[in-house]
Design a protein around this ligand. Structure first.
Ligand code: HAM
Length: 463
């Protein structure tokens, strides 16, 4: 049998030079130099969640488009203009989450958390997407941390949620004031919408085209229109708080009383209606108390409110809920504007440097051994010059470096160099590990001496 003819050899792959890829507008890289600030905020979020008894939940970035349209609201800016939506390969319309509350409410319902002891307290931290006009403090991908509490309608819980956000900011060193309002319950809203419609109807010609349409469909949304002329008109519009039903008024007053009890500073602001439809009763935003580092258009560092109808809207039984979310980038901008310095990143305990192939092999083994003992080790094995390796050690702020050169290989020793004063000691190679351990333990002990743990004051004797 004749051998089969071999298929023609594939053309060699020659990569074509194209345009250099660049960041998509409104997106940002979080670079190594940014992470100390990010870690500062992220660690604080986790600590606050732990202290207040919130458990972490992360929902997917992609959800059904209809979920956001129904919850956030058809006539909101977010749904009308800002959704990152597309058809997936199966022909379903999906959206990159513009906010977290809807996804968490969906998960609460879908995983039967409604049957758990209430309240259920959840928090999340991750990226969100809005196709907004990018500017300082407003991006198309941004991060939020959010806290959501389900299954409790007591006004003290509204105050508690507001206090958690205020604590987060104040413990980060950002003094905030809470701008608080009530958007009432369904009954108050119906009454208010009537009054508001009347107000805007007589001024319709001065509204933007979008708001003319909103006047028919959802007049409340005119209140958060960003067009300057519309904003001017809304300044004199009737306020929701003047049209609250008795139960809604009572809920609001109680919430404010509890805020006083909790020493959370707030301002009543009838203009806070929030750009999302799901809110009921309390609605609030956090703004920097002293105006430092605040760009007027992006002054809200966070916001939230009660959303008692959302779980029911998704098909669950009526379940009260309240929560807030804070913008991480805006929070970091505040930290930088206030000169808050994040903690210096941790440094390695020791750096390993080597000269030549045999020494490299030996230090690779030593590296693994030290790591297995819980010692944090750094090295740049590919470097061949000691100078370059010592520079790397200095950059990482390693307190000392072990150097294995030709001479040390022959003598079965290793050099131990103090990176602060440059003093070098010769140590038997067999004692290198125990010597490093000793030094690391000493360094850790000294750290404690520099920062002795606060001794709690003895309890005072009862008078
Ligand atoms: P939100 O007010 O739309 O509320 O967003 C919360 C925070 O996210 C804002 O105060 C802001 O700091 C940040 N943020 C929003 N959009 C951008 C953007 N384009 N660029 C940078 N930062 C931004 C919500 O999302 C609700 N889900 C909050 C909530 C939770 N309500 C109840 N529970």
């Amino acid at each position: 049998m004749l051998p089969k003819k071999a298929p023609p050899a594939p053309e060699p792959f020659v990569p074509k030079k194209g345009k250099t890829p660049a960041l998509i507008r409104g997106m940002r890289d979080i670079l190594p130099a940014d992470w100390p600030w990010w870690n500062l905020v992220i660690n604080k979020v986790h600590a606050i969640a732990r202290d207040f008894g919130f458990e972490r939940i992360e929902t997917p970035i992609l959800e059904e488009t209809s979920m956001f349209v129904r919850s956030v609201g058809k006539e909101t800016d977010i749904v009308e203009k800002e959704l990152f939506s597309f058809e997936d390969r199966g022909g379903d319309s999906v959206t990159m989450r513009p906010e977290g509350t809807a996804g968490v409410a969906r998960a609460y319902l879908e995983h039967g958390m409604i049957a758990m002891p209430q309240p259920v307290k959840l928090y999340y931290l991750g990226p969100f997407f809005r196709y907004d006009r990018p500017q300082s403090g407003r991006y198309r991908q941004f991060w939020q941390c959010g806290f959501e509490l389900f299954g409790d309608n007591h006004p003290v819980v509204d105050a508690e949620i507001i206090a958690i956000g205020a604590t987060l900011f104040s413990e980060l060193g950002i003094p905030v004031r809470v701008q608080v309002n009530s958007v009432g319950d369904a009954a108050s809203r119906a009454a208010y919408v009537k009054v508001l419609t009347e107000y805007f109807r007589t001024r319709k010609s001065r509204l933007c085209e979008d708001c003319k349409r909103r006047l028919q469909k959802n007049p409340l949304r005119i209140l958060d229109c960003k067009v300057p002329d519309c904003q001017l008109l809304t300044q004199d519009a009737p306020a929701m708080v003047d049209h609250l039903s008795e139960p809604a008024r009572e809920h609001f007053v109680k919430t404010l009383e509890h805020l006083d009890d909790m020493d959370v500073p707030y301002d009543l602001n009838p203009r806070i209606v929030r750009g999302l439809d799901y809110y009921t009763h309390t609605a609030f935003e956090y703004v920097a108390a002293d105006g430092v580092g605040v760009d007027k258009a992006q002054s809200a560092l966070g916001g939230g409110g009660r959303y008692d109808g959302l779980v029911e809207l998704f098909g669950g039984r009526p379940t009260p809920a309240v929560g807030f979310a804070a913008g991480i980038e805006r929070t970091i901008m505040q930290l930088k504007a206030r000169g808050v310095q994040p903690p210096v990143p941790q440094r390695p305990d020791v750096f390993l440097a080597q000269l030549g192939d045999t020494a490299r092999r030996k230090t690779i083994k030593l590296f693994r051994e030290l790591r297995s003992l819980g010692i944090s080790v750094a090295a740049t094995f590919s470097k061949t010059s000691i100078k370059a390796q010592l520079e790397a050690a200095n950059r990482l702020r390693a307190p000392f470096t072990l150097i294995l050169g030709q001479k040390e290989l022959v003598d079965d020793t290793i050099l131990m160099r103090d990176m602060e004063n440059g003093i070098q000691e010769i140590v038997d190679f067999s004692k290198a590990v125990s010597e490093v351990q000793k030094r690391v333990q000493k360094a850790n002990g000294e750290k404690q001496l520099v920062n002795p743990p606060a001794t709690p004051e003895p309890p005072k004797a009862a008078a």
